[in-house]
Structure formats: C-alpha cells, structure tokens
Design a protein around this ligand. Sequence first.
Ligand code: ADP
Length: 543
Amino acid sequence: MVRLWKWLPGERSAIERENDTALAIAAGSNAFAVFIIDTFTSIESAVAVFYVIIMLLSADFLSRFGVLAAGALCTGLCVISFFLSHGLDNDLATFLRLVGSLSALLITTALLYKNETGRLALLASHHRTKSSEYRYRSIFKQSGIALWEQDLTELNRLLENLRAQGVVDLCAYTRTHPDFPKACVDAIRTVAVNDAALELLGNITHEQAIGPIARFIPHDCPSLFGFVKAFFHGQRRFEAKGRIRDYHGEESVILMAVEFPDDQSGLDRIVIGLVDITEREEAQATMMAAQAELARASRASAVGALSASLAHELNQPLGALLMNAQACLRWLSRNPPDLNAAIRAAERTMRDGERASQIVKTTKAMLSRSPIASEKVDLPSLVEETRSLLEYEIDRQNISIDLTSPPDVPPANASKSEIQQVLINLITNAMQAMEEAGSKTRRISIRLSTSDTGFVVMTIGDTGPGLSDEAIENVFEPYFTTKPSGMGMGLAICKSTVEARGGKLTARNNETVGATFEIALPVENQGRLTRMYDVPQMVAQIG
Ligand code: ADP
C-alpha cells in the first residue's frame, strides 16, 4: 500500500507525533502563504523558489511517495500562480523565473526522494543485521556445544609485535623466551559463554566465566600453544584435543575447534567450540586395556591349544612305545629269552618312536612357513599300516577291523602322515567307545569309495554306543569330551587337518548301532594349503 507518511503511528512517540503535526501545519500554511504572495502580489522575483523550503520541511515526516506528492503539489501551485498572475502573455524574463523555480523544485524533490530511498535501504540492512545477530545469539545460547567468545585483540597485538621483530618460528622463539606462552594465555579474555560452557566450566555464573582464560586453561597446555601458532600463521581453522580445568579445579578432556576470521575485524569476538570428551576418552582407555588383556589371553590360549594338540597327538605313540618296550623286556627276561619275539617288540618300539618323531616333525612343519606338501596317498595300504600300528590294542580288545575297498579307488591328494594320524584318532575313539560301552560285538568297518565330485571317501563305522545328541552337535569343538581323562582335542585336530587338505570330516550315527565318521579327501591337488592352525601367527602372538 502506498504510504504518504514516513512513520506508522506505532513507530513514533507522542512528542514526536506532535512535532510531526506542527511541521505539517507549518509546511501547509507556508505553501498557502507562498501561493497567495506569488499569485496576488507583483513582486518581480522567483517567489515560487520558497516552495523548496516547504519541501525540505516536509521531508522530515513524508515518505518517498509523500515527497513525490508534495513535489507535484508545489509544482502545480507554482504553475497555477504563474498563469493567474501573468496570464498567457509573458515576457522571457518572467518565463525564465518560472523555469528556475520549477527546476529548483524538481531537483529538491529528486534529492529528497533519493535520500529517503537511501534511508530505507539503510534501515532494511540494519534490520537484517539485527535479526542475524538475534539468530546468532539464540544459536549461541541454546547450542548443546560449549561455546566461548574470546577477545583476541590483545593476543593479536602481541603477535604483531613479534612479526615486526622478524620472528617467524614461534617454537624457536618460545625456547629462548619461556615466558611467552604465559603472556599469550594472559592476553586472551573471555567475553561471553553459553549455558553449555557454563556447565563445562563447573556450573558457574556468566560473570564468573568472563575474564582471563588462564583460569581455565593452563599456560603450558600444548593445544593452546597450537591455537596461538595457528593464529600466528594465519590459518583459517584450528582443531585440537586438550585439557581444561573447571572453576573448581577439576580437569576434563575437550575437543576444541575455532574458525579465525579472514581479516582483523571481529577479533574481539572469536568463537571457540568445546566438546567434553572425557567419558569417551575413559571408555577408550578401558577398551584398550581390555584389548591388551584379550591379546594376552589369546596368546595364552594359543600356547594352550598348541600344547594340548601336541600332548594329544604324542599320547598314543608314546603309550604304544612304552608297552612295546615292556614287552621286549619281558621276552628278554624269559628263560630262555625269546629273542625273535623280543626283536619284533623292539621293531614295534622303533616304529612307535618314529611315529612320535613324525608328529613332532609335522608340528614343526606347521610352525614353519612351509607346511608338508601334498602327495598321492594310497588309502588301502594306509589302513593296513595303521591297523598294524594299533595291533596290540586291537588284539587286546578283541576287535575285528574289516576294510572294503573297490579295486580302482584313486589315491587321495593329502599328507600321508597327517591322514594316518587322523585314522589313528578315529579308530582309537571307536575302540574306546566300544570298550566303555562294553559292546558285545566289537567291529570297526572301514569302507572306501569315490564320489562324483572328485573325492575319495573313507568311512569308519563302529558298533559302539553311537553319539549322543550333544556329541553330534559338538564332537568337532575343541575341548569337547565325555571321557574322564579325555582332552577333547582329537576330533578338532582331525577336522582341521582334513579341511586343510581341502577335504571334509563329518560324523553321524548308524541306523542300527554305533557311529560312523566320514573322511572325504580330494583326488586332485587343491592348490594352496590352508593351515590347521595359523601357527606362524600364533607364534608371532606368543613372541
Ligand atoms: P577325546 O577322545 O579326548 O574325548 P575327541 O575329540 O577325540 O576327544 O572326542 C570327543 C568326544 O567325541 C569323545 O569324548 C566322545 O564323547 C565322542 N566320540 C568320539 N568318537 C566317538 C565314537 N566313535 N563313538 C561315540 N562317541 C565318540
């Protein structure tokens, strides 16, 4: 809507309104007086120029459009007066006086219009600044992040002095002037803080927070020196982790961030944002301690697993070795000594010793970075060899072992000593299961076959009690055992040994009686071996 008056009624006080009214009356009556004098007197001068004074008076209370309207009105009065007093028959001098008066009026109107437009633009910009300041203040106050407004003018002066002296390296300067950091901290003053900062500083009042920053940040704080350095070198942004001491002397770990202005303006109100990360730091320290403890525990368990594996694997050959040595002694101590039997027992002792040594070698190979290479393993002869290794125990328990193998069964691609160890474990388990359960028929059936998928499959079935539901779930888990003196490592080792060769080991119950373990080994080379345990890594952990 077009307004003639500069002010809305609400924008002026009562006195101002009275002044405006008086001015308006004065301007109106002056215009009338000038019109009368101009029209009805014969003064030979440009009386109409006095309209300019009226325009200047009106500029105080008229809007831009008011000024235009007043200009148009004065121009109209001026022209009417001219024709009323001089008629149409005018000399040049009279006409030029009219032109002079009108020009003065037009220029004044234009200048007043421009002036008012400028004033309005200034007002709008002032308004925008005020609302932006308001927005900033409300964000500052309500922000959950602690915000500090610092006056850096004094610090800036200090640094300017140094620059003038030619100082470029603040660290070097500090080495020769140890008091410099203190002077810097003393030069920074807090001018405002928000509620979050008051809380961070120990739930203090705004007045307590205002003043030297040195009360909250010690002068030897490295992040504060970093802040001074960043400012000195004209960086735009600075972020650092540091420590802050609250009003009551309690320390917190904080993250501080600040954005420096491009120019020197605004140095008296630089905002520093602070985030209290004390809890996060404490949680991190606890986590790191827990990680260290976990690493220590896993080193211990790696050592444990390795020793358990070795102990388990060596147990059987060492037991057999002892028994065969005892048998040998018995044959020798007979009267007369049975030398042939003693020789056979001594040979078995040697064989058991070799197997123990083979186990140690295999473990050593696992510890080194070069595991035993795969070879073609003829499974029927491996079964026969293993049977003879366990002969003593098989005979003692009166167990029958039968092997069914098709004539064209291909060799498995694996390590013979490893697969033999797996077979010994499975047969020993079967024998123990049948003995513990007191099975009447004690038979172990080993069957070989080939699969369409390139595997040679060996099943070892027994006539024992079979696997309980819990055992079916857990037999391959390390340390799972149902035996009073068992270690629960055998099947876990067997599974990882077979899998390391690209094979599979599974367990199931037979339809009638007993359990069957099935080993599937690849016929072709499976490429790079995976390890039974990642022993080099374990060793690295132990080291
Ligand atoms: P351990 O012999 O030291 O117990 P294993 O890993 O060799 O450790 O065997 C784990 C468990 O699996 C045994 O304690 C037993 O309960 C079960 N198990 C293994 N083989 C058989 C089997 N042939 N018949 C019944 N249970 C078996």
